[in-house]
Design a protein around this ligand. Structure first.
Ligand code: NAP
Length: 333
């Protein structure tokens, strides 16, 4: 059996505390499945956790593993697992983290079947951003009478929130930098550039309709802005609330029914093309630090994902460092 490897860190810190440790394929308990990881998403909150920024909210036990999103193939299963055959393609989460690895062993209930039409990198990006986005959008009970502002609208969580809000019938105004305007128009969102003059730009984009809700992923001055725009206090979703929702899903147990329901609903939305997840960085596992640096630059469009078995691109593996999809796109005249 091939030797695997896993991301581990044994103290709080920056990228330099992260290292790869050898990993043997785990043995499943009676209710577990062992998954060979194909793709796994990256999330800021895991970075914040490693940097020690969330110590007041949740503990990290060292040595700590990293990565909660997972998509892969079932390679072994416990005696009580009857509905997932060896070779089944699955997606979901790793309770306690550890998906940035060759193998994970999780309770069968932590994963759902991956639709055959869904690419592994999309399935692997889905869990934390998707559950956070869907949970927040549903809390607001948006409908056709709503105009909602979403901050950091082109980011990993924001681009999912925008599409789900639209699917609920709301008009969506998204804050972003100019480089993301085209992308937001493409998904039916009215883009407005953040920074000086944002309030006037949002008011103009609303074209006389009241702003009835505000999802603030980014934070900063947005709470005051929402008040000035007349958003009812109970329809303002703060960045802190978003953090708390994300922390809850980061720490969800393997048998969380809400998680399973959300994953199934997200999966159905993807199959119906009501939701499209944009992957703008797909890095080989060995480039995990580059992938995190990309995310930490705070200008991702959609999701950044690592692939455990990337297709070898010959001598040009360095391509991933410099010529990712969005930079190629932006290099066009
Ligand atoms: N409160 C918390 O603890 C907590 C937890 C998780 C995430 N967050 C924050 O939520 C935001 C989005 O998260 P994500 O997971 O979707 O991240 P992501 O995929 O990395 O997206 C980052 C987004 O932030 C946008 N952005 C950068 N500077 C901005 C600014 N000054 N004003 C408004 N937007 C700005 C970028 O937009 P452009 O590329 O268009 O500039 C990009 O779309 C991040 O800022 C993240 O730090 C907060």
């Amino acid at each position: 059996m091939r030797q695997g490897s896993a991301v581990e860190y044994d103290q709080y810190g920056d990228f330099d505390v992260v290292h790869l440790v050898p990993q043997d394929r785990p043995e499943p308990g009676p209710d577990d499945v062992v998954i060979e990881v194909v793709a796994a998403g990256l999330n800021h909150i895991e970075r914040f956790l490693r940097e020690g920024k969330l110590r007041e909210f949740t503990e990290v036990h060292f040595p700590a593993r990293q990565g909660v999103d997972v998509a892969g193939v079932v390679r072994a299963r416990g005696a009580n697992v009857r509905d997932l055959p060896i070779g089944a393609e699955v997606m979901g989460h790793v309770p306690g983290s550890g998906s940035h690895a060759t193998w994970v062993c999780v309770p069968r209930t932590a994963v759902v079947k991956k639709p055959a039409s869904l690419a592994f990198e999309v399935a692997g990006a889905l869990y934390l951003a998707g559950c956070t986005a869907m949970s927040i959008v549903r809390e607001l009970r948006l409908g056709p009478d709503d105009t909602v502002v979403v901050s950091a609208a082109a980011g990993g969580v924001g681009h999912i929130q925008c599409q789900l809000a639209q699917a609920a019938g709301a008009r969506v105004i998204g804050t972003c930098s100019p480089r993301n305007h085209d992308y937001l128009w493409q998904i039916g969102v009215t883009p407005v550039t953040y920074g000086e003059g944002l309030e006037a730009r949002i008011t103009e984009a609303a074209a006389g309709r009241p702003i009835t809700a505000f999802i603030d992923n980014y934070g900063g001055d947005n709470p005051e802005l929402a008040t000035r725009l007349g958003v009812p206090a109970d329809r303002f979703v703060s960045s802190e609330h978003r953090r708390d929702v994300e922390l809850r899903f980061l720490r969800a147990p393997g048998d969380d029914r809400e998680v399973t329901a959300l994953l199934n609903d997200l999966s159905a939305a993807l199959e119906d093309h009501a939701l499209r997840i944009l992957i703008s960085g797909y890095y080989p596992f060995d480039y995990i630090v580059d992938a995190y640096e990309d995310l930490a630059a705070m200008h991702s469009r959609g999701k950044v994902v690592i692939g455990m078995q990337p297709v070898e691109t010959g001598r040009n593996l360095g391509w991933y460092r410099s010529e990712k999809m969005r930079t190629v796109h932006e290099a066009r005249p």
